[in-house]
Design a protein around this ligand. Sequence first.
Ligand code: SAM
Length: 317
Amino acid sequence: MFSYRHAFHAGNHADVLKHTVLIATLDHLLEKDAALTVVDTHAGAGLYRLDGDYAGTSGEAADGVLRLLSDPKPAAGEAASPAKGSAKKTAEKPPAPLSDALSRYLEVIRDFNPKGGARIYPGSPFITHHLLRDHDKLKLFELHPTDARTLDANIAQLEAGRQISVLRDDGFGSATKFLPPPSRRALVLCDPSYEIKSDYGRVLDFVAEALKRFATGTYAVWYPIIPRPEAHDLPRRLKTMATKAGKPWLHATLTVKSSKITTDATGATHRPGLPASGMFLINPPYTLKPLLAAALPQMADLLGQDRNAAFSLDSGG
Ligand code: SAM
């Protein structure tokens, strides 16, 4: 059975990228009144405690969402206030405000933490539900027995009734049954853990099948950027698929550190952990690219851990 548990990684740099894209995409899709169905093929547990045992073990949120929350940049639209105690009118330039997409991401995280800080980190199911209207639907797939049980319990607290379905089933194999939804408007988030090499191929098969059933849906795939041929090929093959289908696409990546394995003076080797990740979207909202063009440099700047920090943003179709 799988060993991946998202609780160890909740709120890390990859979640910041993924959830910023998710929120910006949903905000746009929810501007129209017609019902939206969101299919989350790999839902995780839904909600995480950043002060809990799992998150505390790896502390990945410290280099992700928590860094953003402690940054002094004013939110978009807020005036930067001069430093306290500084009488000089010609003081240093105030920090540039946080981009709209990052401000919006932090606004959502703060909604879950009304007393400040970030004790609670919402996963994709809770972020999505937070933004959906009553007439929208959310379909959640989670295969890990423990996470599926936790997801069930977390979702039950929302008392959302039939708006949310939790399926303890294979997202790759079963999620296309919801496509196209009755309103013919859907966002599909495909966010596997890639702990099995075959996940890369299954993502491609899943997106190909989903596009065949429902060519106008919006598809968002997260993937890790690691030194592995399958990871390198995935965005390239998604791009080919979108281009062949005549669909627009968008590809955003965020690198926070080098992927090199290092050896210290004692001869011990250190693996760097996840250095980078990407989001590939087919039929993205047209509003997403300018939002990410402003947000990605700030993510690289604020979340970068060494001089390899970088981002890329590309689109086509
Ligand atoms: N989307 C979540 C979020 O952003 O908060 C995180 C999901 S986590 C990266 C991937 C999840 O997929 C894990 O909880 C894992 O147990 C689950 N999983 C793995 N294979 C699966 C499959 N074939 N179908 C459904 N869930 C699966």
